[in-house]
Design a protein around this ligand. Structure first.
Ligand code: NIG
Ligand code: FE
Length: 388
């Protein structure tokens, strides 16, 4: 194996609590990677020898972003719907059915190419781990196909057969829940790590969401929940009660919801791209952080509510609109995402961690929020391989 010494790092973000501050930063730092892992971090002056040397030229090095919530297996787009929204129309989950029709009509090759395109687009922006959901098939075959394709690109695959009730079951939602918890789950569980449900008016209520999640848990899947996005509902409490890894969106929360999240191991995953693209009020990250909840930031990349793949954009919005400091937002986009995916090998830089690294074209991670909309990727390594 070949080792590489990355030296002359202006600011190293480790997310390691043994170093100072929330981001565990080290100044004038160096990192050694060997094969797919990090083997050494510290001051450049104390760095050991390595086979190769990379001069970071005083720039900031971060863990690659962990995007723990994305819907990448789809065809078509929803430009017309976005245009209508920007002329005043409200977002509705009903638009999901437009993408379901386009996705069902697409070939396996088209869907695979689409996922590949988005994973590469994310990589170019520093995202080295991404979760990918099904949810635009809504038949046994189409959901299983979406997960088979997703699994070629990431181990973080999520069964979201319960995205909305399939059009064929519009008059029989109970029948659809039976399908999602029965034959569809049988076909999908072998290809999925997680089970998710859109718990919302117009999608699935608390009882239906509980049925979907408990059926998934019985098949060995770990729950995560689309919760409290468009209105207040039972999603967050259900996520906490079932020990979900993450409650996602968390836009409409009562004090009891915030307290429940803070007292639990369930991460509050905030998705500012969705509020941006639906012209809705942002979730209150400050309230969650002050209560002691763990917060993650993710893109929610999908053609309906949030067609961004940029974690840097989410960081900038979270800082400007959601009460987060730049350090908190960067932490949420790296270590927070890792927590939401229960991953201990990514989201931080320390000996033994996977060598997922983002070198910024900037001296400090603050620039991600300070220079919104500016492409700041200088280099990206994923599992020790230089990808960008
Ligand atoms: O996370 N909320 C449910 N699902 C997606 C939106 C999907 C769509 O509109 O196509 C979300 O925002
Ligand atoms: Fe989503």
């Amino acid at each position: 194996m070949t080792s590489t010494l990355i030296t002359n790092i202006g600011t190293l973000v480790t997310n390691d609590p043994s170093h100072p501050g929330l981001l565990g930063t080290v100044e004038d730092a160096a990192v050694v990677i060997d094969g797919s892992v990090v083997t050494w971090t510290g001051r450049a002056a104390e760095a050991p020898a390595a086979d190769r040397r990379f001069d970071a030229d005083g720039r900031a090095l971060l863990p690659g972003f962990v995007d723990s919530h994305a819907h990448l297996v789809f065809a078509g787009d929803r430009t017309a719907e976005f245009n209508a929204r920007m002329s005043g129309q409200a977002y509705s989950a009903g638009g999901i059915r437009t993408t379901v029709a386009a996705t069902r009509a697409a070939s396996d090759e088209q869907l695979d190419a689409q996922v590949d395109r988005f994973v590469r687009e994310m990589l170019r922006q520093g995202t080295t781990t991404v979760e990918v959901k099904s949810g635009y098939g809504l038949t046994v075959e189409d959901e299983a196909r979406a997960l088979r394709i997703a699994a070629r690109h990431t181990p973080e695959t999520t069964y979201l057969g319960a995205h909305v009730v399939a059009p064929e079951y519009a008059d029989d939602p109970a029948g659809y829940v039976d399908l999602v918890t029965g034959k569809m789950l049988d076909a999908c569980a072998p290809h999925a790590r997680w089970v998710d449900v859109f718990c919302e008016r117009g999608a699935f209520d608390g009882d239906q969401a509980r049925a979907v999640l408990t059926a998934g848990i019985e098949r060995g899947l770990i729950p995560r929940v689309h919760a409290n996005q468009l209105s207040h509902g039972p999603g967050v409490q259900l996520a906490v009660e079932l020990g979900a890894a993450s409650a996602d969106h968390c836009t409409h929360l009562t004090d009891a919801d915030v307290a429940a999240l803070a007292g639990s191991g369930t991460v509050a995953t905030l998705l500012p791209g969705a509020e941006f693209s639906t012209r809705a009020d942002y979730p209150d990250a400050r309230r969650l952080l002050d209560a002691g909840a763990t917060v993650a930031l993710s893109t929610d990349c999908n053609p309906g509510s949030s067609f961004t793949s940029s974690m840097a954009f989410c960081i900038a919005v979270a800082v400007r609109e959601m009460g987060m400091t730049p350090d908190e937002a960067v932490h949420a986009a790296t270590a927070g995402g890792a927590r939401a995916l229960r991953r201990t090998d990514v989201g931080h830089i320390a000996p033994g961690a996977r060598a997922d690294l983002l070198l910024l074209d900037a001296p400090s991670p603050v620039h991600l929020a300070y220079r919104p909309g500016v492409p700041l990727t200088a280099a990206v390594w994923r599992a020790g391989i230089r990808e960008v």
